[in-house]
Design a protein around this ligand. Structure first.
Ligand code: TRP
Ligand code: SF4
Length: 330
């Protein structure tokens, strides 16, 4: 029998998840649960690579992230969830991989260069930050994952993972397969200010937001910037609110907004109100599930502990193979 393909992905626990995360990753993960053997983990050591100065919120974010995941329909009956720092084998594999990873591979990584250039409020000139993709490679090949669902910014990291796996196999014999990045198709929803939805831009709608917060967030969204007055015709094709309608409103409403915006029959205030209502309604099951898990923190802990046990078993097996391949005694 063919074994199901194995998928693995992770997220750094840097704060509550928003609609950008939902449509950019989580919705896709929920779908993948149906078809693949899935491992999803919370990369708390990776969070340390940039947030090493103040680590006080990380463990709270880990707990909240697990609840965010469960609230959108990721299920412990279908997938395995774990926390990176609970599986110490990742640190050992990272160490071994760092012996064979040429520093120039890391220095030319476009994601690395971009972040070094953009982020000025933190000192990222650390060994840990440079080695970020090596730890990520350890995360991935530890489980011999076939596919890694990620956004475009993470593709270079999966590419480095493949190169490191290849180099390991070349030196020590074939232990690892080369995982493939699975690019997530994402609808182009933006934040309230039309920049990428992000915690750091303060423009996000969070999965955990209450209805009145969602309504006020939507009311503040920038629409078609050319449309100054209600009597001006609008262009939904360049309006972020319309992208949200396409995700959350029924086709009748989408068609109506499309027509009435172009003919200046509907104003942005009304259009947003309709969208906000539909958005609030669509997120209701997520809010309900969140309430359920928030009331049962011991259940959340148990889900994490069970997932960690499963992951650790695999990681221990892989590390036996690794030690044997590099001829170090167990
Ligand atoms: N670097 C990823 C991100 O920031 C998180 C991550 C860590 C990851 N390890 C991983 C993603 C392994 C996929 C596979 O989004
Ligand atoms: Fe956007 Fe709706 Fe305003 Fe048209 S009416 S510009 S779709 S918010």
């Amino acid at each position: 029998m063919n074994r199901k393909k194995r998928i693995l992905s992770g997220m750094r626990p840097t704060g509550p998840l928003h609609l950008g995360n939902l449509h950019g990753a989580l919705a896709n993960w929920v779908e993948m649960q149906k078809e693949y053997e899935c491992f999803f983990f919370i990369a708390d050591w990776h969070a340390l690579t940039s947030d090493y100065e103040d680590t006080s919120l990380i463990s709270k974010y880990v707990q909240n992230m697990m609840i965010d995941w469960l609230s959108v329909g990721l299920s412990p009956d279908k997938s395995t969830f774990f926390v990176q720092s609970h599986i110490k084998e990742h640190a050992e594999l990272f160490l071994i991989l760092s012996m064979i990873t040429p520093v120039p591979w890391l220095e030319r990584n476009p994601t690395y260069k971009e972040q070094i250039a953009q982020i000025s409020d933190k000192d990222l000139s650390t060994l840990g930050f440079l080695g970020y993709p090596v730890l990520q490679a350890a995360d991935i090949i530890m489980y011999k994952a076939d596919g890694v669902p990620v956004g475009v910014d993470q593709v270079p990291h999966v590419e480095i993972t493949r190169e490191i796996a290849r180099r390991f196999n070349h030196f020590y014999g074939k232990v690892f397969s080369e995982p493939k990045a699975i690019l997530t198709k994402t609808p182009k929803i933006l934040g309230a200010d039309r920049r990428k939805m992000s915690k750091s831009y303060n423009n996000a709608i969070y999965l955990s937001d209450k209805p009145d917060i969602i309504a006020s967030r939507v009311a503040g969204m920038i629409t078609d910037p050319q449309r100054a007055r209600k009597t001006d015709a609008g262009n939904p094709d360049i309006c972020n609110v319309f992208e949200f309608h396409k995700l959350y409103s029924n086709s009748e409403t989408v068609n109506r907004v499309n027509n009435e915006c172009r003919s200046a029959q509907i104003g942005c205030v009304e259009c947003k109100k309709i969208m906000a209502q539909n958005l609030i309604k669509a997120l209701e099951p997520i809010r309900d599930k969140r309430k359920y898990y928030e009331a049962r923190p011991e259940l959340v802990d148990e889900i994490i502990a069970d997932g960690c046990d499963k992951a650790r078993n695999i990681a221990q097996q892989t590390m036996k193979e690794v030690r044997s391949a590099i001829k170090l005694r167990d």
